[in-house]
Design a protein around this ligand. Structure first.
Ligand code: SAH
Ligand code: SF4
Ligand code: F3S
Length: 452
């Protein structure tokens, strides 16, 4: 019988191992899952211990300065692990890798390999070249749209991330993403459907479709298939219970997509639609490509088709030239649209973006104050909305259970976190099942109640 590499302790020591650390958005999380798939197929095993790993990958984000600082301080610690050990590889991938390129190796010579987000599939050839040439490797190329094999290694669970679209053709003046993720590319529907079928057969029950501009899916595709077609195709996948997607751009939210959301039983009634600001002057300076009235019009259509839809958003405060009056427009917009949640950010100037170096940046203390006021308003609103659910019934997809406390948790269709307990001594629902919970209490973070 053939002997396997893991049979003897001595060969076990030679099995290469990897340790991946991930920063940034879900797209990066999924890129790490893909890299794990590639490495596992090549015989690497995963380790939680960077010291023991023969390959350390830091998958970085660069959307705001804070993201850069986090990755750099992590790398500053990890580089020390390389001392005296020639074989260990320290690799930097993701959006900061794409933006900084060889500069990373110049400031930290321990970094052996730098590869942008589109280089995931080139990881192994780059490692081979590094071993052969014994010199720093740099990879960048956006012309690599489709990758499904080897399969990504996802954490076992109920919900899976699936990248359907990558890159961004917009040019918001504050944003680095078009430079780090390149132009928009979409995967063919058939390939996505086949991946999702595979996920369902492994036990996943929900997918979150990912794209920088996910509802721009298929733009310019010769087949003319758009995001609505993708949603409807996935709606027919047997055994799949729920479909979510992020992030959508207001300009690309079209009536067919709204119609598909309304018609499909699996697409959840939740849309994350970043508005960024409530001031038309700011939207123009941000080069977002819509006015507040145009955003409002989209929401009108959306709420006409799906009256109870949950709406979440992203907001930036302290952008160049933002006055108190502009900021007031943002507060008004938040009150008007009654968002179910929002990610708020203080503008972070990014080198290489159109807005970089523009005059009129509010004082840091002013931006911080606006951030707090906005956050207070949103927190109050979310709490009020959650209180409004007390007495209602939520159907959740169970993600976790806890025997000790006899509770289970998951998300409602509207993406609220719900914790349920049992009123009887029966068995807990299993992850992947749906359960109905009568809501009894809430915090700003979610709802709690009893199974019915
Ligand atoms: N493609 C998505 C999100 C990209 S980044 C979209 O257009 O909505 C996620 C969020 O980060 C953005 O929506 C924006 O609110 C925020 N963001 C991007 N660049 C930023 C910057 N330079 N400073 C502060 N926030 C930023
Ligand atoms: Fe950045 Fe704008 Fe593209 Fe979103 S749409 S990724 S904010 S440039
Ligand atoms: Fe960050 Fe890149 Fe995502 S900059 S937010 S990891 S697309």
């Amino acid at each position: 019988m053939e002997k396997h590499a893991t049979d003897s302790p001595s060969s076990l020591q030679q099995t290469p191992s990897y340790h991946i650390r991930t920063f940034g958005c879900q797209m990066n999380v999924h890129d790490s899952e893909r890299m794990a798939g590639i490495l596992a197929e090549a015989g690497y095993r995963s380790t939680d211990d960077p010291e023991a790993a023969s390959l350390i990958i830091v998958n970085t984000c660069t959307v705001r300065d804070k993201a850069d600082q986090k990755a750099l301080s992590d790398l500053g610690r990890l580089r020390l692990l390389k001392k005296g050990e020639g074989e260990k590889i320290l690799a930097v991938t993701g959006c900061m890798a794409e933006r900084e390129q060889e500069r990373l190796h110049r400031i930290m010579p321990e970094i052996d390999l730098v590869a942008g987000p589109a280089q995931v599939r080139n990881l192994l050839p780059m490692i081979d070249r590094l071993r052969a040439e014994k010199r720093f490797q740099l990879g960048r190329d956006f012309d690599l749209p489709e990758m499904t094999t080897p399969p990504a290694i996802r954490p076992p669970g109920v919900t899976a991330l699936v990248t359907v679209q990558e890159g961004c053709d917009k040019s918001c003046s504050y944003c680095v993403v078009p430079r780090t993720r390149g132009p928009e590319r979409s995967r063919p529907i058939a390939s996505i459907v086949s991946e999702v079928r595979g996920l369902v057969s492994q036990g996943y029950r929900e997918v979150t479709l990912l794209g920088q501009n996910v509802n721009g899916y298929g733009k310019g595709a010769p087949e003319g298939e758009g995001f609505a077609d993708l949603l409807l195709a996935l709606d027919r996948v047997e055994g799949l219970l729920r479909i979510r997607f992020t992030t959508s751009h207001p300009s690309d939210l079209d009536l067919p997509t709204i119609g598909a959301m309304a018609r499909s039983s699996k697409v959840m009634p939740h849309l994350h639609l970043p508005v960024q600001s409530g001031s038309d002057r700011m939207l123009r300076l941000m080069e977002r490509g819509y006015t507040l009235e145009e955003y409002r019009e989209k929401i009108r259509h959306l709420r006409a088709a799906i009256p109870d839809v949950a709406l979440t958003t992203d907001l930036i405060v302290g952008f160049c030239e933002e006055s108190e009056e502009d900021f007031q427009r943002t507060l008004e917009a938040v009150r008007e649209f009654r968002f179910d949640g929002a990610f708020c950010f203080i503008y972070s100037p990014r080198p290489g973006t159109p807005a970089y170096g523009r005059e009129g940046l509010p004082d840091r203390s002013v931006s911080l104050d606006r951030f707090r006021r906005l956050d207070d308003l949103l927190t109050g609103m979310v709490l009020e909305k959650n209180r409004g659910r007390i007495g209602a019934t939520e159907e959740i997809l169970v993600e976790r259970t806890d025997e000790a406390s006899r509770t289970f948790s998951g998300r409602s269709p509207h993406f609220r976190t719900v914790r349920g307990r049992l009123s009887d001594p029966g068995p807990l629902p299993s992850p992947g099942e749906t359960a109905r919970v009568a809501v009894e209490s809430c915090t700003k973070a979610g709802l709690a109640g009893v199974r019915i």
